[in-house]
Design a binder for this molecule. Structure first.
Ligand code: MIG
Length: 818
């Protein structure tokens, strides 16, 4: 088998190094297999219609075009005309997509599959597939016909698609890549890998999301190449005028997603792959992690310090050392003699406990998890039926086959003890899967793959996703329908339905802070919105300044957690001395003030499929320079930030999208659509609020739910013109929101030179505990004479800080101020 591994390695090296047109690795004598040539589709000669599918053939091979909706069209290729089973782990089960209208037209040269917004053209002569909008503008087109090559070693085909690339075309998405936002000019591969201390442009990393967005001449479209084998993407890197994607197996199967807005493309991608459920409110608070906090006294001390120093924190993590010899679902009783008591005490003090669970199960006949797994044949086996064994933290291990629903069910139940102990969330690591020494499983390992079966070559990239899916399902049952909190390192497209993600073992350097800002923006537009980096850097040691600047970025990371490797200096917010502590505290407090806004932004993600972090390109794709901007980004619709990425930086240039923006700290008004130079003192970062926004704010709390809100503060930023805002509130913990038990408030703010109106309407069945809003107006360009709420004139109130506000009943419909 070692030889086979080597061959595979060699083949992939060749794929990386050789010209795309010369990938005849099968002709290479070292690989010692017969020569096979690339085959291309011939002439499209006839077609069949079957519901919303059309099957075109050249006499030998077939291409299926399926209309999922007016904007989403899937293309599949079957070299011998027999399509593979139509099954995908990425696509959500309860797909609710229907085309409004579609027709097939045939001309002398082409077949045209038309929906109300896009035409898919299949050129008869050469079988080239292209997509054009209703004005006849070609948005995306094959450069060559789809092609393939027989895989003599494993069966099946290497499959290829090559598209034309416009001179101005820019590329976004692809999940977890540590490269510039615009991917043009680079080649990537997808093979989930444990990449400790990865670098800029290192590839592949931990996750696989074979979905990208192209933007040319202001028009955006998406391609989702739903193939779980090792896949490759070349964005005009090898040849300036073409973009290719290919795979080492499986089917050429991709979804074309019509824009023309990038935001629409991302939304449609979410229609296929789902969104993240509403996280429990505590999951978006501040989290403290370390490899590892132990023994118990150490965990308690960290918690005590947070409360003593009045730095908010909602969760503490236990990394692998809490286990007994790294056996999953056990406790090291020497370090944690009474975990239930410890967790209960922490909970009483407002801390949730999150624990790590890895896939490797120690081979140990006295360990019940191993015994159950062995007896029930739950562990993965090699091609010839021997167990898949490999070394990880516990020593010699076997690994559950999470692609089997029975195994997932079993794995889910294993969390019972931890849940009974009071554990609130689970962190799944090493699920690329990672194996010491050899990297991962050999290719011959077999997987059940939902009954469709396959080797590890096919299951590798979805292994981690299925693991965390099983964790999610198990927790959901055990916690009686409370919202689970899960986090995973490995992922495939669609993992957002089960988990949040973090970017793995980064490094405590300024460069890595910058890489993190790129990764999180990219993950967000690739469907994995609930994402974060190890704040401060996992390996290596930050100084106070880097740590603090990273904490500032952390406030605007959807997932906010400090984590670090154990052999490095302490990383608690107070570890760098009082000056840094004060700034970190201020920023963690800011996170807690913004919680209702952040929570509402998660709702916009869950319900309306809008990514949480939004690159400037996503906001304003029509301006060519914006396709290269990557330091500033929006956090939801109303806040724009630009993290400080250099030591000693005194000021930076920030581009603000069109509209008006207010500096968060000084309420200074900035005109959008242009760049501004702004100061960046250490205790501030550039944060801007969109004019016309309604931003809800909570008082600072030490943990979510610490205080009842008796009046909700709303900051309303004046703007001339109209702006919409939403606020989402529920009780923060169950799935009752699926039955409309929530409150969604819509505000419309309309400003004129001498007045402002705010209208509100609400939906949902949840009734919050508070009755009033405390409304603060920011940036009013006129002196207030009169404020009228639903026809009644009201007076100004003064708060403790002597700032004027208006106390308004939460049910108000219309407020005018002049
Ligand atoms: O081989 O559990 O990325 O967050 O602290 C290292 C120990 C295993 C890698 C994870 C990291 C975690 C560490 N893990």
């Amino acid at each position: 088998m070692a030889e086979l591994d080597k061959k595979e390695e060699f083949a992939s090296e060749l794929l990386n190094e050789e010209s795309l047109d010369n990938i005849h690795h099968v002709n290479n004598p070292v690989l010692d297999v017969p020569a096979v040539e690339k085959k291309y589709l011939g002439k499209a000669t006839s077609y069949l219609k079957d519901g919303n599918k059309f099957i075109f053939t050249d006499g030998k091979a077939s291409v299926e075009i399926k209309v999922f909706s007016d904007e989403i069209i899937r293309v599949r290729l079957a070299p011998q005309s027999s399509f593979l089973d139509d099954f995908s782990y990425a696509i959500k089960k309860d797909l609710d997509l229907h085309p409004i209208s579609f027709v097939l037209e045939e001309t002398e040269e082409a077949y045209l599959v038309k929906t109300s917004v896009v035409t898919c053209r299949i050129q008869k002569e050469d079988f080239l597939v292209s997509f054009e909008n209703t004005y006849g503008k070609v948005i995306n087109a094959d450069h060559k016909p789809m092609h393939w090559e027989e895989n003599v070693d494993f069966g099946g085909y290497y499959v290829y698609c090559t598209k034309r690339t416009a001179p101005d075309e820019a590329f976004f998405g692809l999940g977890d890549k540590s490269s510039n936002l615009n991917l043009r000019g680079r080649r990537f591969s997808n093979w989930n890998s444990d990449t400790y201390g990865f670098g800029f442009n290192q590839d592949p990393l931990y996750k696989t999301v074979p979905f990208y967005i192209g933007v040319t001449e202001g028009d955006a479209y998406g391609i989702f190449f739903d193939n779980t084998f090792k896949t490759y993407f070349d964005f005009a890197s090898e040849r300036n005028d073409r973009t290719s994607y290919w795979s080492e197996g499986g089917e050429m199967q991709y979804y074309y997603i019509h824009g023309p807005q990038m935001m629409e493309v991302v939304k449609h991608y979410h229609e296929l792959t789902g969104t993240h459920f509403m996280p429990p409110l505590w999951a978006i608070g501040y989290h403290q992690c370390r490899w590892s906090y132990y023994p118990e006294a150490n965990v308690r001390e960290v918690a005590t310090q947070f409360r003593k120093r009045q730095i908010p924190c909602d969760a503490i993590y236990l990394d692998i050392d809490y286990m007994d010899g790294y056996r999953c679902f056990t406790w090291n009783k020497r370090y944690f003699p009474d975990p239930k008591k410890m967790i209960a005490d922490l909970a009483a003090d407002g801390f949730k406990t999150v624990v790590m669970i890895d896939p490797g199960i120690k081979v140990d006949e006295d360990y019940w998890v191993f015994k159950e797994g062995k007896e029930n044949r739950y562990f993965c086996r090699r091609g010839d039926d021997y167990f898949m064994e490999g070394y990880v933290w516990p020593g010699r291990c076997q690994f559950p086959d999470y692609t089997n629903p029975k195994v997932r069910e079993w794995w889910g139940t294993l969390y019972r003890g931890l849940v009974e102990d009071g554990v609130a969330g689970v962190w799944n690591d090493m699920n690329e899967p990672a194996v010491f020494g050899r990297g991962t499983f050999p290719g011959d390992v077999r997987h059940y793959y939902e009954g469709f079966r396959g080797s590890h070559r096919k299951a590798h990239n979805i292994y981690g996703m299925q693991m965390v899916r099983s964790t999610y399902d198990g927790l959901k049952k055990l916690q009686r329908n409370k919202r689970p909190f899960t986090i995973t390192r490995a992922a495939y497209a669609g993992t957002q339905r089960y988990s949040s993600v973090w970017t793995g073992d980064n490094i405590a350097t300024w460069e890595h802070l910058r890489i993190g800002t790129l990764q999180l923006q990219r993950l967000s537009v690739s469907g994995l919105s609930f994402c974060g980096t190890d704040i401060g850097g996992f390996t290596g040691e930050p100084d106070g300044e880097l740590y603090t600047r990273w904490m500032q970025f952390g406030v605007f990371s959807p997932f906010m957690r400090v984590h670090s490797a154990g052999d490095t200096r302490d990383r608690e917010p107070w570890s760098f001395g009082p000056e840094w502590e004060a700034i970190c505290k201020k920023f963690i407090e800011l996170r807690y003030k913004l919680l209702p806004y952040i929570y509402s932004t998660f709702w916009r993600q869950h319900k309306y499929k809008e990514p949480i972090l939004r690159p400037i390109a996503l906001i304003e794709q029509h301006k060519a320079q914006n396709l290269l901007r990557e330091e500033e980004f929006a956090f939801g619709h109303h806040i724009l930030v630009s993290p400080v990425l250099h030591p000693g930086q005194q000021s930076k240039i920030v581009y603000l999208p069109e509209g008006n923006w207010y500096g968060y700290f000084d309420n200074i008004l900035y005109a959008g659509g242009t760049e501004h130079q702004v100061d960046t003192p250490l205790d501030e970062m550039p944060i801007f609020i969109r004019g016309g926004s309604v931003i809800p704010e909570y008082p600072v709390m030490q943990y979510t739910g610490e205080k009842n809100i008796d009046a909700l503060r709303l900051n309303i930023y004046y703007n001339e013109g109209r702006q919409d805002s939403d606020i989402y509130i529920d009780h923060g913990d169950t799935f009752a929101y699926e039955q409309s038990v929530y409150n969604e408030k819509h505000f419309i703010v309309e400003g004129k030179k001498d007045g402002l109106t705010v209208t509100q309407n609400q939906e949902g069945l949840y009734n919050e505990r508070f009755d009033t809003y405390k409304i603060y107006f920011i940036g009013l360009p006129f002196a207030v004479n009169k404020i009228e709420v639903d026809g009644v004139i009201i007076n100004t109130s003064m708060d403790e800080d002597n700032s004027p506000y208006f106390a308004v009943e939460k049910e108000f419909r219309k407020l005018t101020i002049e």
